[in-house]
Design a protein around this ligand. Sequence first.
Ligand SMILES: CC(C)(COP(=O)(O)OP(=O)(O)OC[C@H]1O[C@@H](n2cnc3c(N)ncnc32)[C@H](O)[C@@H]1OP(=O)(O)O)[C@@H](O)C(=O)NCCC(=O)NCCS
Length: 165
Amino acid sequence: MTGVDPAADPQALQVRPMQPGDVDRVMEIERAIYPFPWTPGNFTDSLRAGYDAWLFTLGDAPAGYAVLTWMPDEVHLLNISVAAGLQGHGLGRRMLAWLCADVRRRGALAMLLEVRPSNAVARALYASVGFVQIGARKGYYPDAGGRREDALVLLLRFDAIGAAS
Ligand SMILES: CC(C)(COP(=O)(O)OP(=O)(O)OC[C@H]1O[C@@H](n2cnc3c(N)ncnc32)[C@H](O)[C@@H]1OP(=O)(O)O)[C@@H](O)C(=O)NCCC(=O)NCCS
């Protein structure tokens, strides 16, 4: 539990760079929301490699986080997550809008990501902001029972959406 009111005004969402000292609290969220979570090493390696890593907070409590890498004028969204008790209250949409605005301001032409076909919530969010499927990666994700699930590869071209988006 985050101890944060899920109905808190999404406008109160703050963002700051993730620090190595945040990884334990990030991992609490990560383990609670993914059947196959990132490891602490995935986060610390991302920080060490200089990836964009953002912690979103409501008050003092972490509400969500995101990790992105540049390649070089597109960004790859590697992780976007909202704490379990806070999902479905508009935070993910606000986080994604902030991330898009930030990378556009810094010169990105597009954002790429992978998503599980079974992740209906994330797919609905991405479709609603204009991501389109450009491919699939066979057996990309581990699945229950030792099987693999394909990834859908989605792209958002910033020149294909309005300047206000
Ligand atoms: C995916 C995730 C980041 C979305 O963040 P969120 O705060 O829960 O989503 P929001 O409340 O901002 O809603 C955004 C959209 O998602 C969809 N959505 C949200 N909750 C939903 C639900 N329960 N059922 C169906 N669609 C839902 C809707 O399209 C919604 O848009 P709307 O509010 O205009 O209808 C978040 O749910 C999460 O962290 N999930 C677990 C980790 C994950 O799957 N990350 C993405 C991996 S690719």
